[in-house]
Design a protein around this ligand. Structure first.
Ligand SMILES: Cc1cc2nc3c(=O)[nH]c(=O)nc-3n(C[C@H](O)[C@H](O)[C@H](O)COP(=O)(O)OP(=O)(O)OC[C@H]3O[C@@H](n4cnc5c(N)ncnc54)[C@H](O)[C@@H]3O)c2cc1C
Length: 406
């Protein structure tokens, strides 16, 4: 690829997802010259992580964006309910968290990203380049010095003391940096599809779990963004059985959806999410760091992916902004970001892996749990709810925007 133009920035970020856009915002508000490259022409992709947890709402508050963000058309949830073997359980009660961020927000990811893009556009040193795909790292003497990118106008070279791979779980840049993730076996995949709400829908419910399977029902106004867990690699077999078999499987796991499953008439309406849990052993090298899914793909369990991506961005901005202002990106600072973020990632990934094993039992026709255990959970859930709210909603070692970055 020929290079048609070269630009110099303080930081170049590949990927305009939650990690890249939040980092771009944080650095640009410090007056740093930052470019985010996004290979797509917009943010409009369905079936992405749409949960904005209380910790992220708090961060938006620290940035003075909370009020505007909450004015978007979004859904606030104060509890997460699941129906386990026919018994409704409130498994998380965000209402037990400190005010004012004692709720979870469901916001289509493109709304969140468009919001960040609008807010970031106010900073003259920020640049978002859509339809621009980072293709190569510029490496000189072992040091990453920027990226080459493909645009509709030809090749572009962006040179910067720090290059950030925020290009998601199939990150090409981390591979170009010679970093490969350790993959942890995941026994499930998830099918995503939209279903209209039936007449007289039940109260908002995250999922229905029983011997017949697991069906997720994420509230989206007059429809559900629905998911169904299947055994890993089982999609082709399911597909061979025809769409009727899928309809029947959904209806048997969540009987209230029986009147609407017929709206699924074609496999084009169904998207397979190959669930992955992985983590880079080393997130950085001189002049380069991977964050968000590029550093650690999370399972959709607990919907934490967006929030971990945002927390990584805050940790990185806190650690590096002052150095970038002096044209440096010390490797020890990048190492410190990995050290700081790795522990929360490891713990949640381990909990997700354990959770998958339970879900696999649900999808393979075994009884998920003895009835007495479900009854016990029901009785104990008032005591557990504050703990689960803290674990899911705030997480371990939550990040805060450093006052220096305001
Ligand atoms: C189907 C599905 C459901 C999910 N459900 C949830 C959920 O409910 N809650 C939750 O919190 N998380 C969920 N997740 C996970 C969540 O979406 C991710 O964890 C989160 O988006 C990660 O953010 P990120 O910025 O690291 O990466 P991404 O959101 O993947 O963003 C990466 C961006 O980089 C761009 N890109 C890629 N390569 C290049 C390149 N070479 N050059 C330029 N741009 C590039 C991509 O187009 C993309 O916009 C889900 C994921 C999927 C796939």
């Amino acid at each position: 690829m020929t290079v048609d133009s070269v630009i110099e920035r303080d930081c170049v970020i590949a990927g305009g997802g939650p990690a890249g856009m939040v980092l771009g915002y944080l650095l640009a508000r410090r007056g740093l010259r930052v470019t985010v490259l996004e290979k797509h022409g917009d943010f409009l992709r369905d079936f992405r992580g749409d949960t904005v947890h209380p910790s992220t709402v708090t961060l938006l508050g620290e940035l003075g964006l909370r009020h505007k963000f909450l004015e978007l058309p979004l859904t606030r949830l104060s509890t997460l309910d699941a129906v386990v073997d026919g018994q409704r359980l409130t498994i998380v009660d965000f209402g037990t968290l400190p005010l004012p961020d004692n709720f979870l927000v469901l916001a289509p990811q493109w709304d969140f990203l468009n919001f960040l893009a609008r807010e970031t556009a106010a900073f003259p040193t920020f640049e978002l380049r859509l339809r621009t795909e980072a293709t190569h790292l510029i490496i000189d003497g072992g040091q990453v010095r920027g990226v080459r990118a493909r645009t509709s106008d030809g090749g572009l070279e962006i040179r910067a003391p720090l290059t950030v791979a925020a290009d998601g779980r199939s990150s090409d840049l981390r591979a170009a940096a010679g970093l490969a993730p350790d993959n942890f076996g995941v026994p499930i995949d998830v099918l995503w599809f939209n279903l209209p709400k039936p007449p007289d829908p039940p109260p908002p419910t995250l999922g229905y779990i029983s011997a017949q399977g697991l069906v997720l029902t994420i509230n989206r106004g007059d429809r559900y963004q629905s998911g169904m867990a299947i055994r890993k690699g089982g999609f082709d077999g399911l597909r061979a059985g025809g769409i009727d078999a899928l309809q029947a499987k959904i209806a048997s796991a969540a009987p209230f959806l029986r009147p609407v499953v017929g709206t699924l008439t074609d496999w084009d309406q169904v998207k397979l999410l190959s669930v992955q849990i992985n983590r880079l052993r080393r997130w950085y090298r001189p002049g380069f760091i991977a964050i968000g899914d590029a550093a650690h793909a999370m399972s959709p369990m607990f919907g934490v992916g967006v929030n971990f991506a945002v927390q990584d961005a805050v940790a990185l901005a806190n650690a590096i902004a002052e150095d970038l202002a002096m044209g440096k990106a010390p490797t020890e600072k990048l190492a410190a970001v990995q050290r700081r973020r790795e522990m929360p990632v490891k713990i949640v990934q381990q909990v997700q892996r354990n959770g998958h094993r339970v879900l696999l039992r649900a999808t393979s026709g075994n009884r998920i749990a003895p009835r007495w255990f479900v009854m016990f959970l029901r009785a104990a859930s008032p005591l557990l709810r504050p703990v689960t709210a803290r674990f899911v909603g705030i997480g371990i070692r939550p990040e805060h925007v450093r006052s220096g970055s305001t």
